[in-house]
Design a binder for this molecule. Structure first.
Ligand code: LLP
Length: 429
């Protein structure tokens, strides 16, 4: 699952005790494990090897340039959704032909930048966007490749905020409009429209929604071929799960053993597969480390008030997401054998793990059984590598957390903690 383990009642990331990182860089901070990132990427690559896919890591989930560089060095391409993410991917040395660009609201400036950078594929989300892309490509006198993002109307059975492939979502074009889309735009002189893109939601904990959407996409691809629109690329998007609790998610091999049989023959006949995994690579590769500032009782509830809240990790308050939380130096017998909301050990205390912000919705974990915590204790918030720092804010003028990358026995700061000066750097009094 990952390289965060308790040894001698102390939490380690690979070979480094995380409390030493807190002493060196302070809290809150995100800590990532190089070897977890590497293993998750290579596991996915191995599982899908038969399809030889282009694996485009989804930059949005954890976008630190050091993380991108590491994955790029393993051969990953990148899935970007903004000019800012394209800038990061380019800085990390990702070859432009390995970059795919989705997003419902690409601005003219962003499109122009991506065309000039010569990225590999635009994932187009509407008729109006296609026309705009074609117009800008014509003005620049360049040619590019595009895939149509179709909306397969499949339920990924996840949070409604991260359900993207159902009919009523803002993403992609309804499947029934796809043929008309190709009839109208399929012969554009500046855009080779030869791909189909899907992304049904995130996280998707069963394989059925993938099977259903891939089957629909293949039927569409056959229909398009009959009509004279050959498709050479099928981008399946992302959405594979992560272990917020131990063994919660199917393995890369489980997803692959369901999906690969549908695509094996197609790949042999020349179809190129793209994957856009984010969470399954980064989530378990990172923790958020926070220090307990105060402990207090309010009515029947005991609060551990920490130096990180929804500003540092938005997922619990925004999606009601579960993150396993545990002290980094638990008392003897209190090291967790599993990460589970059902973990029962003698002496646990119902605790509300909350942040310092002036909002009642500012929490990391609600009504959680934890070893008794004291002022000054460090808590690890697990499975925070994806959509953690990437969604962090400066609300209440708390500077953004630091980010640290561990590799074996060593660690280095890959984003330093912001200062108060940083908070006002772009403001004018
Ligand atoms: N491709 C596209 C087009 C996407 O929109 C996304 C995620 C991905 C790939 C990567 O999905 P992943 O493999 O990471 O599941 N903030 C939410 C998740 C939002 C996902 C947005 N799109 C969360 O914290 O759960």
């Amino acid at each position: 699952m990952d390289h965060f383990r308790y040894k001698d009642h102390s939490l380690y990331c690979e070979g480094v005790a995380v409390h030493t990182i807190a002493e060196a860089v302070g809290t809150p901070c995100y800590i990532y494990s190089t070897n977890t990132l590497r293993e998750h990427y290579t596991r996915l690559q191995d599982a899908f090897r038969e399809l030889d896919p282009l694996i485009c890591y989804s930059v949005k989930c954890c976008s630190n340039v050091a993380v991108l560089s590491l994955l790029a060095s393993l051969g990953a391409g990148m899935d970007v959704v903004s000019g800012g993410e394209l800038f990061r991917a380019t800085k990390a040395g990702v070859p432009p032909e390995r970059i795919v660009y989705a997003g419902v609201g690409k601005s003219d400036r962003e499109i122009e930048g991506a065309l000039r950078a010569k990225i590999g594929l635009f994932n187009v989300e509407s008729e109006m966007e296609f026309e705009n892309l074609a117009r800008i490509a014509r003005t620049l006198g360049v040619r590019t490749r595009a895939a149509l993002r179709v909306n397969p109307d499949v339920d990924p059975k996840t949070h409604r905020y991260t359900t993207t492939g159902k009919r009523e979502s803002k993403f992609g074009v309804d499947l029934e409009r796809a043929v008309a889309f190709f009839s109208t735009y399929g012969a554009d002189p500046h855009i080779a429209l030869t791909g189909i893109h899907l992304h049904i939601g995130s996280p998707v904990y069963t394989t059925d929604p993938y099977l259903e959407s891939v089957r629909k996409a293949l039927a569409l691809i056959d229909d398009l071929a009959r009509r004279g629109f050959p498709i050479d690329t099928l981008d399946l998007g992302g959405g594979f799960g992560a272990d917020y609790e131990s063994d919660q998610s199917p393995l890369a091999a489980d997803y692959a053993s369901a999906i690969v049989p549908l695509l094996r023959d197609r790949v042999r006949s020349g179809l190129r597969i793209v994957l856009e995994p984010g969470r399954t690579i980064a989530a378990n590769a990172g923790i958020l480390l926070t220090r307990v500032e105060y402990v207090k009782q309010s009515g029947d509830r005991r609060f551990a008030i920490c130096d990180a809240g929804m500003n540092a990790l938005l997922r619990p308050s925004h999606y009601g997401a579960f993150h396993f939380v545990w002290p980094t130096e638990p008392a003897a017998g209190m090291a967790p054998q599993r990460r589970s909301r059902e973990l029962i050990l003698p002496g646990l205390v119902r605790t509300e793990v909350v942040g310092p912000l002036c909002e009642t919705g500012d929490f990391i974990a609600e009504d959680r059984l934890l070893p008794p915590v004291q002022r000054g204790d460090l808590l690890a918030v697990f499975t925070a590598g994806a959509y953690g720092m990437a969604m962090a804010s400066r609300y209440n003028s708390h500077p953004l957390p630091a980010e640290v990358l561990v590799n074996g026995e060593t660690h280095r700061t890959i984003r330093s903690r912001e200062s108060y000066e940083d908070l006002v750097r772009h403001e004018t009094a």
